[in-house]
Design a protein around this ligand. Sequence first.
Ligand code: DMJ
Length: 639
Amino acid sequence: MVVLRKLPGMPGWPAALGLRLPQKFLFLLFLSGLLTLCFGALFLLPDSSRFKRLFLPRRATASASSSSSASSSSASSSSTRDTDLPRSPPAAAEPRHASPAAPRRLREKLRTAARMAGPPARTAPGSRQQVQGGESRAQPASGVPPARETRAPFRFDYERFRRSLRHPVRGGRTGEDPETRARRMKIKEMMKFAWDNYKQYALGKNELRPLTKNGHIGNMFGGLRGATVIDALDTLYIMELEEEFQEAKQWVEKSFDLNVNGEASLFEVNIRYIGGLLATYYLTGEEVFKSKALELGEKLLPAFNTPTGIPRGVINLGSGMSWSWGWASAGSSILAEFGTLHLEFLHLSELSGNPVFAEKVMNIRRVLSRVEKPQGLYPNFLSPVTGSWVQHHVSIGGLGDSFYEYLIKSWLMSDKKDSEAKKMYDDALEAIEKHLVKKSAGGLTYIAEWRGGILDHKMGHLACFSGGMIALGAEHSAGERRQRHMELAAEITSTCHESYARSDTKLGPEAFRFDAGSEATATRLSERYYILRPEVVESYMYLWRLTHDPKYRHWGWEVVQALEKHCRVEAGFSGIRDVYSTTPGHDNMQQSFFLAETLKYLYLLFCEDDVLSLEDWVFNTEAHPLPINHTDFKAAGQP
Ligand code: DMJ
């Protein structure tokens, strides 16, 4: 302003306009604001702009542009809508974060870095790792920068992967008897019926309400839609329901929107959406499934920004804010949730070439392997802040279940190289055998729950997956241990079968007890329902494949008949409210896991062993098949 007033031969502008002192002051304030605005606008111009290059030095231009793109990418989740983005990327396009096409040696180096990376540094609130949303990533401890900043585009070698499989994914179809084929076809028809009704009444919603013939959205998926589509994809493909598979694929291409802003369960999004997309990519090689899985995987990363790197259970997929479930003790994270990411996250690293996903789950592994275990058991609640247990409740059913499943499957998926996972599984199973496995007065073997040293003699339907898991582990043991575990698996599966056989509907309750005179029956009204859960038929499928005892097919067929009789309604399948009533009320919900798991496991029970062979695949906890690494990809997750 001094310059303006003293220009020779020219009165200052405000003076020339005849303004008083306060008005001059306001005028100059306005002028300086205008100048600042103009300068700031330079940063919004594209790098190519002549004006920008004229006024800003080269370095400032680059950093301004990168910070602007960073902020637009972190804001994109909430602000960008379908109209702004192509709904499906061109088939050959790499995902936007795809890393490096790097020479093999560099890839190995990055993987080694991921393997060696220590737990994330404890960060003060507000530090870089605590920034919510966007793509805040921990730097590997080795100092090797994140993959996308250093490497050329990476491309997963799908053909090489397919050549590594030992069996055709849908099997060779030889040597089956007509009855087995007819039963398999019946299950295929059930799948078609479930899909057709979902498609007709609820396509684009998460699940079908078969009585009211409409859709259900629910609050587990943070605004994501189409849970049934994603969960059904690989089952439709395996059952050779080609037309229906194409319908589902088209929905993913045209309508599956990841730019959502809502609160999601990290666990559910991982097992259903990421698991379903990954499996379908591996089965079909269609790029759209891979790119959607990777894009969604990135959106989950901010949940890991905690002092220990143990993720919180709930994440807003738009903002990246995360927090613990309100019902979880003292802000804790749940064992079965943060312990059920390993398989999918290793595959996300494998497919993107970006080690960040593997680093996150290897860090969880490190925290768990170091924390002291009461009697060798893993309680269900862990603080993501201190890394200590919050409450001593142990269960192989709900809250704990799939953590154990992922230990043995991590080892199998690594082609038996991940010996740390195997040891953790063996030790955990030994503690379970010692403290939780019991026999009822009537001779039924069951796995009790443990509350601070006191046993609760109940098994949830969820815990019935353990027959299959223990059999799978036993298959790869030797000698006395193998036999003992195979017997334990068969006994638990038989107990779970009893929980079905002792009901009027021949379907099992949500929980059954072994106290006060009850033997594998529900004693509380609130535990009598059946919501189309898969765990019992899952164990039948594993036990059949590993023993070929015909009773498992027989028991599976009983379930098919019971489902047809009590759960099939005019427009789909519904859960029932009371398995002990011959006229059970329906709950009006066709759960997406019915298509992902229950029908898939039933179908596989009546297939030859080479359909999704256990030599080539492990099933994630939502029954989505992920390949065993016969090539080199498991290196990414090795400790
Ligand atoms: C499924 O979503 C998964 O199997 C999960 O691990 C447990 N619950 C349901 C089915 O019961």
